[in-house]
Design a protein around this ligand. Structure first.
Ligand code: F6R
Length: 625
């Protein structure tokens, strides 16, 4: 989704802003722009398409020199992806100074504000809500950008991460957030502000995360300007939008630059698929206590009594994380014997949900910034639920707003199609289930078995990855087909949903996932000669039933691809292609059986000539509704 990078310091801003924008490309965008404060005032460039287009435009611009600037990648919400709708947006103060603003989020009352500003004589060039904010800041400007931003944000309903600069204050950058992430990197003699740590890590790992309704004023300039001693000085100040001073802690980013670089892989998705064994190792590290036969989850220890006493679990998420949540629902009911429901966060938050006493709500999210799970979690907590997070991004909004949580620790996920985060989400939900189950009904013997099997998963995942090329060959044989089905039963049903999502989002092939038994209630009408049907069919309690479903597809000429348990030779008599996973207890199967489906989707996208890391219309983190 939209990305912000802003800089104030002692270096040239333009190359730094462009580098930052490139690091945010993975999030998805349709246009980009930047503004730099030069000795002649603001210089602005905006373009539709890739950051490389903007880069060429800036190269051809004369004198975009300056040490203060801001930049943006836009994912259209208000108005089409055009140059005039791209950020930064500007306005003119009464004193004749231009202000430039970049913004993530949505201003809900922008129409009312626009009417007010139009009556005041402001003329708008774009269809965006951001331009309204820029003009409002100008309208309220009385010589102090920080105060004007605070005043403007007091008038705004909606969500925002913003950065603003003004020609009258050539060494000052003001930024603020509510509901959209914004992080301030604190480097030597400079500050780098970004909506995503990926744009900061090459400069510094020291960061400040703003909270909602907070405004930061960042200044960097020659000493005579700031009167602070030394040749170049920096100043930093945080307040609320009501101008109440707040103190913010400096924390350390929990990843290194190389983790967000391709390191020889062709795509981030490729890299992240292969990182999965290590992602599992990191997710499990220190959490399996074989000696005392228990799961150690420090992040939950304060609430262990509430968790054990819980009468109901609600899991909420979107997309891939929702599929992980569905598996969590099965795990909690099956192993911990607690009623559990996984719901789309976007539905849950608006359906006036009944939260009974002793309910635990778990928000599952890779980014920790997705708008709907965040809102669903707030809704559940306001109605009395204990709020737990299963989140990857350390320090993200969901992580900070929960009562307690468990980090996935799978490392930064850059690929737009989520892969290793899914494994982390299912693993964490398994750990939570065992953590509670052990304190409720589960015998030591059962817990011991799971601990042992969990420990083996990283090596097992490595074995599945060995089929990368053969899965590619199998994909080649049916990639020309435009409609696919993914079927599974029990724990393997959410995996089927995830397989279908992976395929459609990066290869643009239409795919549907469903419980295998549901196929007979309508979708079987779609089956014709050669239609690919992927069965997630490792051996387990419903294996025989799945085999019957496979027969039904074959009888109608469908092409069967199956994920099966190693050693199951019989299935090759029924399926045209078989991908194998090592034998593990049923509840752990999704962690392995999803891997061949990710690989299949990856190959299908490449074979169809698509850019796997930049799928059309998609954003990595959906921070608006
Ligand atoms: C699919 C995908 C999305 C995300 C969803 C939730 O590959 O990446 O469906 O899973 O947008 O994102 P997070 O987990 O960041 O809340």
């Amino acid at each position: 989704m939209c990305g912000i990078v802003a800089y104030v310091g002692n270096r040239q801003a333009t190359p730094l802003l462009l580098e930052g924008l490139k690091r945010l490309e993975y999030r998805g965008y349709d246009s980009a722009g930047l503004a730099v404060m030069t000795p002649d005032g603001l210089k602005i460039a905006r373009s539709v398409g890739r950051v490389s287009v903007l880069e060429t435009m800036v190269e051809n611009m004369d004198a975009a020199d300056g040490t203060l600037g801001l930049a943006h990648t836009r994912w259209a919400t208000h108005g089409a992806p055009t140059e005039y709708n791209a950020h930064p947006h500007t306005g003119m103060t009464r004193s004749g100074h231009r202000v430039a603003v970049v913004h993530n989020g949505t201003i809900e009352n922008y129409a009312t504000l626009k009417k007010y500003l139009t009556e005041k004589g402001q003329v708008f060039d774009s269809e965006t809500d951001t331009e309204v904010l820029a003009k409002l800041i100008c309208e309220l400007y009385q010589g102090d950008l920080e105060k004007a931003v605070q005043a403007a944000l007091r008038e705004v309903n909606g969500t925002y991460g913003i950065a603003a600069i003004c020609e009258n204050e050539p060494h000052t950058l003001v930024c603020a957030r509510k509901g959209a992430p914004l992080i301030i990197g604190v480097a030597d003699k400079s500050y780098v502000v970004a909506s995503d740590a990926a744009a900061i890590i090459s400069h510094t790992s020291q960061v400040i995360s703003l909270d909602d309704h907070q405004v930061a004023k960042l200044c960097a300039g020659p000493e005579d300007r700031l009167g602070d001693g030394g040749p170049w000085s920096v100043q930093f100040k945080t307040t609320t939008i009501d101008n109440i001073p707040v103190t913010q802690e400096v924390t350390r980013l929990d990843f290194e630059l190389e983790q967000i670089e391709l390191s020889g892989f062709k795509h981030f998705m490729h890299k992240e698929i292969f990182e999965q064994p290590d992602a599992l190792r990191n997710c499990l590290r220190g959490r399996l206590d074989h000696r005392d036969c228990r799961v150690v989850l420090g992040g939950l220890s304060r609430y262990s009594r509430e968790l054990v006493r819980a009468k109901r679990f609600i899991l909420t998420a979107q997309g891939t994380a929702y599929h992980a949540g569905l598996i969590g629902e099965y795990l909690l009911e099956d192993l911990a014997k607690i009623p559990a429901r996984c719901e789309y966060a976007s539905e849950f938050r608006y359906r006036n949900p009944i939260i009974e006493p002793d309910t635990v709500a778990i928000a599952i999210s890779q980014s920790g910034e997705t708008a709907d799970p965040l809102a669903a979690l707030r809704e559940a907590r306001d109605r009395g639920a204990l709020a737990i997070g299963a989140v990857n991004a350390v320090g993200s909004t969901i992580a900070r707003e929960t009562d307690a949580g468990v980090y996935l620790h799978v490392g930064p996920e850059i690929g737009v199609a989520s892969t290793k985060a899914f494994l982390g989400q299912v693993t964490v939900l398994t750990l939570i289930t065992l953590y509670i189950g052990k304190r409720r009904f589960l015998s030591d013997e059962v817990v011991r078995t799971y601990l042992r099997e969990l420990e083996r998963l990283p090596n097992y995942a490595e074995r599945v990855l060995e089929q990368f090329d053969s899965i590619g060959k199998a994909t080649e044989r049916c990639v020309d087909r435009d409609n696919w089905l993914f079927l599974g039963r029990g724990y393997n049903y959410p995996t089927a949903l995830e397989g279908a999502l992976k395929l459609k989002e990066i290869s643009y092939i239409h795919a549907e996932g469903m419980p295998a038994a549901e196929m007979k209630h309508g979708p079987i009408a779609l089956i014709d000669k050669g239609m690919p049907v992927v069965f997630v069919a490792p051996q387990g309690s419903q294996y025989d039933k799945v085999m019957i479903n496979i027969e039904e597809i074959r009888a109608r000429g469908g092409r069967v691809l199956a994920v099966a348990t190693e050693g199951d030779q019989a299935i090759s008599n029924y399926a045209d292609e078989v991908f194998y996973i090592p034998s593990v207890p049923e509840p752990l199967q999704p962690i392995l059986s999803v891997i061949p489906l990710q690989i299949l989707a990856y190959h299908a996208a490449l074979l169809r000539g698509h850019d796997v890391d930049k799928p059309r219309n998609l954003a990595k983190s959906v921070t608006v509704e």
